[in-house]
Design a binder for this molecule. Structure first.
Ligand code: KG4
Ligand code: ZN
Length: 342
């Protein structure tokens, strides 16, 4: 039997400090995620300086725990993978520095990983052979992008958001509705009791064949709905019934899901895709998962979605994708830098 390749993945791009050991790209030996939700919730969003400081405190305990839970020793690690882009530079830099230090100290190769590509790897984890061409959508707090996916390492950008990302829209609308941070899960929970047809919020399609996204219009529509065009109803949300709030959440969610599904369908038609991949934090949303499944079933396309536990930021997806770079001999060196963009 061939020797297992154990890769240590590290993720610090935003507000989760995560480490994981994955063998041969798909055997998850451990996954540790230290969430910073408690630190940021009172600010209603991620505060970069607080995030960076928390990463510094957690990075080594989280890595130690991931190695211990995997039941391996440090010298059993074959490579160290780090998400070095895109994200908050002062957060990324903590993971990049830890990864470089370990690489140097253990004498093991360093592998750089694009965080967005890794979100899609979470959707491919359980699948050995993906029928091509494939269309891949990443819906996260920072990105909403459609790719033509050649393989795990080759993605061609076909469209992306021109303003807010889908997750950002969920977070901002949750703030308007005074729902707890992070907004995505709050909206989803509240929407369960609401009527998705109660309010006809706009579905911005940006022209007949555009594959780009825009979510700032719907966010503004929710704001005007809650506070009036003149913004004079500033405290209207406080006097709304639980049912009214639920109806707004459900109608907003339905509009965002409609746009995401319609754009994916456009992408499928453009490249005649056989497979559809979905990853990123918003991919945890059940309404989106179900609606995309229904559309794919109706036109006979195979849909692969990241498991819910691997939609939001984690290091399994980093260690898993790194295996393909390891096999291809695509290593980074100690000059590797953190970058805010893709
Ligand atoms: O991928 P992710 O963990 O971080 C980034 O790379 O940005 O995504 C976080 C985003 C947040 O905006 C969060 O509100 C959203 O994903 N999210 C959801 C759900 N769970 C997380 N949005 C809708 N429904 C959910 N269940
Ligand atoms: Zn992410």
């Amino acid at each position: 039997m061939e020797k297992e390749i154990n890769i240590l993945g590290i993720e610090t791009s935003c507000d989760e400090t995560a480490a994981s050991i994955v063998a041969n790209g798909n055997i998850i030996k451990s996954s540790v995620v230290a969430s910073q939700i408690k630190l940021h919730e009172k600010f209603g969003g991620v505060v970069p300086e607080i995030a960076s400081r928390a990463h510094i405190e957690k990075i080594y305990p989280v890595i130690e725990q991931a190695i211990e839970q995997a039941g391996i020793e440090k010298h059993d690690i074959d490579a160290i993978a780090i998400a070095n882009q895109p994200g908050l530079v002062i957060s990324l830099i903590v993971g990049v520095t830890a990864a470089k230090t370990l690489s140097l100290a253990l004498g093991k190769p360093l592998i750089s990983i694009n965080h967005i590509h890794a979100h899609l790897q979470a959707a491919m984890l359980a699948e050995e052979n993906i029928e091509l061409p494939a269309i891949a959508m990443v819906v996260s707090g920072g990105h909403t992008s459609l790719y033509d996916c050649e393989n795990a390492l080759e993605l061609k950008l076909m469209g992306s958001t021109i303003d807010d990302a889908a997750g950002e829209a969920f977070d901002k609308v949750a703030a308007i509705l005074k729902l707890p941070y992070p907004g995505g899960p709050s909206i989803e929970k509240t929407a369960k009791n609401g009527n998705p047809k109660a309010i006809d919020f706009p579905r911005s399609m940006l022209g007949d064949d555009s594959l780009d996204f825009s979510f700032s219009g719907i966010k503004t529509a929710v704001l005007y709905y809650c506070q009036g065009q003149d913004m004079k109803g500033r405290n209207k949300v406080d006097s709304m019934s639980t049912q009214e709030i639920a109806d707004i959440a459900a109608s907003f969610q339905a509009a965002v899901v409609d746009v995401l599904v319609a754009k994916t369908r456009r992408g499928i038609e453009k490249i005649n895709a056989k497979t559809v991949l979905l990853g990123g934090g918003v991919a945890a949303n059940t309404a989106l998962r179900e609606s995309l499944q229904k559309m794919c079933d109706s036109i006979g396309k195979k849909l692969l979605i990241a498991p819910k536990s691997l939609c939001t930021d984690n290091a399994v997806m980093i260690a898993s994708l790194a295996y393909y770079k390891y096999k291809a001999g695509m290593f980074a060196d100690l000059t590797l830098e953190a970058k805010s963009t893709s």
